[in-house]
Design a protein around this ligand. Structure first.
Ligand code: 5BU
Length: 323
């Protein structure tokens, strides 16, 4: 099984540049910790990343939750009105006969306007602390739409995020759409094969299909967001073996915490030990376990906790290698 190999040895088995770079970073920094920074204020966001950066191989962000400043908001509103107007003109013939249409569908995240300074600082921190950036965008639309969302809009994700992810629910065309943008830039994609939440529908046949889709697109898809290696390591009898033992896909796992078993919104936590040793996963994704649950972020404690999770993740990986 690939579980007997070091992260460094596995780097050579991947053709995707983002995957190779992630594995090399893990090896170099002796860290399989990905810190998830779901903080909504720019200043907090950047200071947490600066504090935990030295301990992480990967920083996971979800930029849509960063608040847009009021002046930006007003400008944004004008854009929306403009687009709506365009839409009404274009579709006038089909829309006018409808006496009372109540809503128009837009993709607000394709609209151009955002604080580019945040991306600049994030990119600088990534170089300063030697980590990769993973935008947890969870794309889930048709190929053409996700290509637009990935390349453009407010966030221009493809221009700065080494890694992003997608739900397999639309089928293989979502990979074609995203890879048309990401592959030329050397980016990599993770498919959401499983989720950590209570009652998740991503299981059984759905998970198997996700793996099939990834296999057919190995140049771009290098791994999964999942709760286990999916090759029968430490699994209950009800869980299917999907991956071949020698198949080197990376498994990145959210829902990791040392202190808690869950939150009151369906999140379920496993310890780093359980995730890396019993479930055979490669990267632990930790959010609130590091930056805390309150609105005021304590940077010093985030740093201490990041170090603790990194040490725990690495120790467990070394133990796994000896099995
Ligand atoms: P937490 O604070 O450690 O619970 O944050 C976990 C993060 O991982 C958060 O950003 C979620 O959006 C993300 N996540 C998850 O928790 N579970 C999943 O199955 C997937 C993503 Br996919």
């Amino acid at each position: 099984s690939v579980l007997g190999l070091t992260y460094g040895e596995r780097a050579a088995r991947h053709s995707n540049p983002a995957a190779r770079s992630l594995l090399e970073t893990i090896e170099r920094k002796r860290s399989n910790l990905c810190v998830s920074v779901d903080v909504s204020k720019k200043a907090n966001f950047l200071s947490v990343i600066d504090a935990v950066g030295p301990y992480a191989c990967l920083i996971k962000v979800y930029l849509s939750i960063i608040h847009v400043h009021l002046p930006d908001m007003i400008e944004l509103l004008f854009y929306v009105l403009f687009i709506l107007l365009l839409d009404v003109c274009t579709h006038a013939l089909s829309i006018l006969p409808l006496a009372s249409y109540v809503s128009l569908k837009t993709h607000i995240d394709i609209i151009e306007d955002f604080d580019d300074d945040l991306i600049k600082q994030l990119t600088e921190l990534s170089a300063k602390h030697d980590f990769l950036i993973f935008e947890d965008r969870k794309f889930a639309d048709i190929g053409n739409t996700v290509a637009l969302q990935y390349s453009g809009g407010v966030h221009r994700i493809a221009s700065w995020a080494h890694i992003t992810n997608a739900h397999p629910v639309p089928g293989p065309s979502i990979i074609s759409g995203l890879s048309s943008v990401g592959l030329p830039l050397g980016r990599g994609l993770l498919l959401l094969a499983e989720m950590s939440t209570k009652g998740s529908l991503a299981r059984g046949e759905y998970t198997e299909e996700a793996v099939r889709m990834a296999r057919a697109n190995r140049d771009f898809v290098f791994g999964f967001i999942a709760q286990r290696r999916m090759e029968g390591v430490g699994l209950g009898a009800e869980q299917n073996e999907v991956l071949d033992q020698n198949e080197d896909f990376m498994i990145l796992t959210p829902g990791v915490g040392l202190e808690y078993t869950g939150d009151n919104l369906g999140q379920q936590y496993n310890t780093p030990r359980k995730v890396v040793l019993e479930a055979g996963c490669d990267v632990i994704i930790v959010g609130r376990g590091i930056y805390g649950k309150s609105n005021t972020v304590n940077v010093a404690s985030a740093q201490t906790l990041a170090e603790r999770y990194r040490d725990e993740g690495w120790r467990t990986y070394e133990e796994r290698l000896k099995l």
